[in-house]
Every structure is written in C-alpha cells, then in structure tokens.
Design a binder for this molecule. Structure first.
Ligand SMILES: Nc1ncnc2c1ncn2[C@@H]1O[C@H](COP(=O)(O)OP(=O)(O)O)[C@@H](O)[C@H]1O
Ligand SMILES: [Mg+2]
Length: 323
C-alpha cells in the first residue's frame, strides 16, 4: 500500500499524482457540486439578453470550454497542434475523433495541464474554461477548477484495491460526502463492489470502469476521456459508453470524449470534431458527421474500418474533400 502510494507520488500515475499534489490545499470550491437537485437540473444552453423586446434576442451561452487556435510544442521543437479550436458546451458530450497520431491526447493534455509533465507547452492561442484562461496553469489547479482527465490506457494503481483507487480520486476534497459518492460510483459500476481484490486483477473493462469511477470521485465539472474503448470487446464498449451517457445525463458532467472508435463516440455525443495532423478538419453535429460521405468512408466503414480507411493512404488523400 505504501509503495503504491509512493508510486503515485513518483508520478507513475500522472493523473493521480496531480490529485495528490492537491492535498496541500483545502478545496477552493465552496459550493458542493453534487447537490443532486442542481446537478439534475437541465443546463440552459441559451440565455435571453433582452426580455423587454417583443421577440427576445437569444444568444448562445458561452461554452464551458473553449479552445482557441492553440499550438502545442514538445521539447521546444516538435510542433504537434497547429491552430486547433473547439468548443464544449456545458452539459454536453463532445467527441474528438481522429486516427492514431493526430494529436488527440495532446489536446486533452493541453487542457488538463498534464502537457507540462511531458515537456510540452501551449505556445499560441488560448484555452478558456468558464471564461478564464487556463493554458499553462499547473495541473493540480486545473483539477481544482473542475477538469479531470481519464488518461489513455486505464491508469489505475494495480496494487491497490478498487476502493483505494476510488478514494485516491477524492484527494482534492475535504467534504464529508466521499462515502456517499463511493456508493454512487458502485451504483454505476456494481461489478467493482464485488471485486475486493487488487485492481491489477480486474479485467480490462473493469479497469476502465474504475478509471471513470475514480474521476467521478473528484466531483468534476468536466471529464476529459482518452479512448475509453481501447482494447475492449464490442460488447464492453457498448456497456462502457452507455454508462458514460448515463453519467452525463444523471450528473450533468460535461464530457470531451477522445476516440478512434468514431461509431461508438458518435452514438453518445451531440457534436463531434475530426482532427488530422494537429488541427480540426471537420466538425458538425453527431448526425451530420454520421451522414457525411467522407466520415462514412474513412471513419465509419463498418467493422475493421480503420483497416479500410487508412490502408490505402493515396486513395484516402485523393478522396477526402476536407483537405
Ligand atoms: N511527449 C511527447 N514528446 C514528443 N512528441 C510527442 C509526445 N507525445 C506525443 N507526441 C507526438 O505528437 C503527435 C500526436 O500524438 P498524440 O497526441 O498522442 O496523438 P493521438 O492521441 O491522436 O494518437 C505524434 O506524432 C506523437 O509522436
Ligand atoms: Mg492518444
């Protein structure tokens, strides 16, 4: 147990390392985020700015997260994101899709601040969360603002139990509702309650569920999920995505969902962005993207679509209309 915690402190599990750093300070968020009544309320997506007019002017509410034209450089020289912009409205599930190496994980790390742990930097543009600029802020402070990243590859602590892993997620909290939230997580993932052994012995699907449950324990306003479908059977992908959708609906947690599995992601998202080589090449509602001929051809080609889409790169480049 002690060694597991020191592993965490040593940064072997970067996301947890961030929460551990957060233990030094009392959570600045004074209002409990998990007051059920407020969380269950629908989030208004628009606001009326002039109620005295006969036909009121309705303007879209500012997005919860706005990424504006960012560039990201690793090791001072490797330019990976080249002017990437996207919006995530409050309460939404937004999908960020693209092939391996497009820059999806880098985008999430730029938002969560974890870029710093990999010698990466946002060198241009801005990232606004609830209207405040957050690019370059330390990752523990970003967790405190309410953004939590579930990293690629299910970074749970293998030699701790599920319960211990879940408690790690609550490291930034000082309220008395941690036990109630454990019950809530076990409600979403009953299998985790049955598995009392070390998390390293959980199946891939159970580890993914644990990683998501651990994020919920931080009471985030927004979860950044990096490829939750990776390595899971189609049946489990369905199960995990339906839980993601349920969490979003029940708790109002906003989700930015990074996926190579476009079909699964678009089945739960309201809006999607497709990125290639460090920038967004197409975006639209989930329905628009599902109906788009290029997206169908290159991202939704059916089982094994990655093979079909990317094997013949020449034809891919010739046919794509967005480049
Ligand atoms: N820590 C890093 N240092 C240098 N280059 C990196 C680092 N992480 C990712 N890259 C590079 O950035 C590009 C995008 O990677 P990534 O964001 O992981 O893409 P994706 O998640 O879409 O597969 C790749 O070319 C990758 O090699
Ligand atoms: Mg990735």
């Amino acid at each position: 147990m002690v060694s597991a915690i020191s592993d965490v402190m040593a940064g072997l599990v970067p996301a947890i390392h961030v929460w551990a750093l957060g233990m030094k300070n009392v959570d600045a968020r004074d209002k409990p985020e998990h007051d059920d009544s407020s969380r269950l309320a629908a989030y208004p997506m628009t606001e009326i700015i002039d109620a005295t007019r006969s036909s009121p002017t309705v303007v879209p509410a500012p997005p919860l997260l706005a990424v504006r034209n960012i560039e990201v450089v690793y090791d001072d020289v490797i330019l990976v994101l080249r002017g990437l912009s996207l919006d995530v409205p409050k309460g939404a599930i937004v999908a960020l899709l693209g092939a391996n190496g497009a820059g999806k994980s880098t985008t999430l790390k730029a938002i969560s601040g974890l870029l710093k742990t990999e010698d990466g930097e946002v060198t241009r543009g801005e990232i606004l969360f609830e209207g405040s600029a957050i690019a370059g802020i330390d990752p523990d402070k970003i967790v405190r603002r309410g953004i939590f990243q579930v990293m690629e590859g299910r970074r749970i602590v293998a030699d701790m139990t599920s319960l211990e892993n879940l408690r790690l997620g609550a490291f930034t909290r000082r309220d008395r509702e941690v036990d109630a939230d454990l019950d809530m997580v076990f409600n979403y993932f009953p299998r985790l309650k049955e598995r009392t052994g070390l998390a390293g012995y959980l199946s891939g699907g159970e580890q993914q569920m644990l990683a998501i449950g651990r994020a919920l324990m931080a009471r985030p306003k927004m979860i950044l999920m990096d490829e939750p479908s990776m390595g899971l059977s189609p049946l489990l992908v369905k199960e995990v995505f339906s839980i993601i959708q349920k969490i979003n609906r029940d708790l109002g947690v906003t989700i930015l969902l990074v996926e190579q599995n476009a079909r699964a992601a678009l089945s739960v998202a309201s809006h999607g962005y497709i990125m290639e080589q460090g920038k967004v090449v197409l975006d639209g509602t989930a329905d628009e993207l599902r109906d788009n001929e290029d997206v169908k051809e290159f991202y939704l080609g059916g089982a094994g679509d990655q093979r079909k889409s990317f094997k013949n790169l020449k034809s891919f480049k010739r046919r794509k209309r967005w480049l």
